[in-house]
Design a protein around this ligand. Structure first.
Ligand SMILES: [Zn+2]
Length: 296
């Protein structure tokens, strides 16, 4: 099967040093496998998207010498496909409506003596599994069953008991917005993605996505999660803790900085195209190391 990879940024702002690492790794991995590299704009969380950010990201990728092999996909145009997938999950009994507000979920846990930090993810206690009992449907959830074992090319064997550690998770949010998990799974399959290369902050989502793939009868891609760029406060670099937009006047320097995170050697080149051409064989050496158990 021909390798098909993708970079799938959320247009919440321009690329920064951290997001360039994932873009570069996905591009290099596709080229090292002689495959296709696609770009998908994950603008499904509309309230968080910023006008013009997607165009800015595409311009930054182009300035760094990374051009998608096919037209860019936009998740905001994919609602019909997500709706069809949700309907199939409802028909097969895997998805169900949920009426719970966040405070109702917290109240269930409080009764059991569990308190959550305000920004912590809540494990869904399964309140609406047995029906809504006359309450209005707010969200749609997947009935999460079973422990998922999966393999990451860099991190090695992974396991998550989704039912216990996450609970039945949201497919369509209150207000109608599509959840990231459903959109990613539907689009990866529709685009024929064979290999997912993305930042390690998303590794924790993989088991949920594999459960969804199985529920929809879709193939599971091969996964590789790349190291994160950390901010001065030790957390993942993001716009919230001071990440600056890439300096497009110096794309080779930006690529070199991203390459360091991926443990690539220093590459001397005048243009992004020359730099990338030299980086492909270096990346092929890195991924051989992953297969032999070395993790940067
Ligand atoms: Zn509920």
């Amino acid at each position: 099967m021909r390798y098909r990879g993708r970079f799938a940024p959320s247009p919440t702002g321009p690329l920064h040093a951290g997001s360039l690492v994932a873009a570069l790794a996905s591009w290099l991995d596709a080229r090292a496998h002689g495959g296709d590299w696609l770009v998908r704009i994950e603008d499904v969380d509309e309230p968080r998207c910023r006008a013009g950010a997607a165009e800015l990201i595409l311009g930054q990728l182009a300035a760094c010498g990374m051009q998608p092999d096919e037209p860019v996909w936009w998740q905001s145009q994919r609602g019909d496909a997500y709706r069809a997938a949700l309907q199939a999950l409802v028909a097969s009994g895997r998805a169900y409506p949920c009426s719970c507000t966040r405070s109702e979920i917290d109240a269930v846990w409080a009764e059991r003596g569990v308190r959550h930090q305000p920004d912590a993810e809540r494990i869904y206690p399964g309140t609406c599994r047995g029906g809504l009992h006359g309450k209005p449907a707010r969200a749609m959830r997947l009935r999460a069953e079973g422990t998922v074992h999966w393999h990451d090319r860099r991190l090695g064997p992974q396991v998550q008991d989704v039912a216990r550690e996450v609970g039945d998770f949201v497919l369509q949010r209150a207000g109608g917005l599509w959840a990231y998990q459903l959109a990613v799974v539907v689009d990866d399959a529709a685009q024929g993605i064979t290999h997912v290369v993305r930042g390690e902050d998303l590794a924790d989502n993989t088991a949920r996505q594999i459960l969804l793939q199985r529920a929809l009868g879709l193939a599971t891609p091969v996964y590789l999660h790349t190291p994160l760029v950390l901010a001065a406060d030790g957390r993942k670099l993001s716009k919230q803790n001071g990440a600056r937009a890439l300096d497009l006047a110096a794309p080779v320097a930006a690529l070199q900085e991203a390459a360091q995170v991926l443990a690539l050697p220093r590459i001397e080149a005048q243009s992004p195209a020359d730099w990338l051409a030299a980086a492909v064989p270096a990346w092929a050496g890195i991924i051989t190391g992953f297969a032999n158990g070395s993790t940067p």
